[in-house]
Design a protein around this ligand. Structure first.
Ligand code: CMP
Length: 138
């Protein structure tokens, strides 16, 4: 079973649509094997999004992701990374296919409901960033 990291962003938590998003991912064949609600500091988000440090949107995404509670999750299932990415849709909701999470619930490229790991390699690192082995129950 492959695993991937998902984050329900502050817009999803504030609008209380976490269940709707989970429903889409579960219907796609994924299972929540770890989950917790966190209020991240800007520094913690900065470390998580380190790969984007040089991008113009870095400061803004760090500010935004620390502006309210998030729910971090590990999803498991066959081809979890790819299935999660397909179900989320493109980063920018305006470019995402109809029926995807971001297209149906996203407000902007920043307030785009969810984060999902973009490769198996990054999934391993992102899961380790937030969870210990003990917190992941398959
Ligand atoms: P995410 O998959 O969480 O990874 C980085 C986030 O930065 C991305 O989703 C978007 O929410 C946000 N972001 C803001 N502006 C941009 C941009 N121009 N390109 C890519 N991501 C952006």
């Amino acid at each position: 079973m492959e695993k991937t990291l998902s984050i329900l962003k502050p817009d999803a938590v504030a609008r209380n649509i976490t269940g709707k998003v989970n429903e889409r991912l579960e219907a796609a064949g994924l299972k929540i094997v770890a989950q917790k609600r966190l209020l991240l500091t800007k520094a913690q988000v900065g470390k998580f999004y380190e790969i984007h440090r040089d991008k113009a949107f870095y400061d803004s995404i760090c500010e935004y992701m620390s502006s309210g509670p998030v729910v971090v999750q590990v999803f498991a299932g066959p081809n979890a990374v790819e299935v999660n990415r397909k179900t989320m849709g493109a980063t920018n909701p305006a470019n995402a296919e109809v029926g995807t999470i971001r297209r149906d619930f996203g407000e902007s490229i920043e307030r785009n409901v969810v984060h999902g790991s973009d490769s198996q390699e990054n999934a391993v690192a992102e899961i380790a960033f937030f969870f210990s082995q003990m917190e992941i129950v398959e």
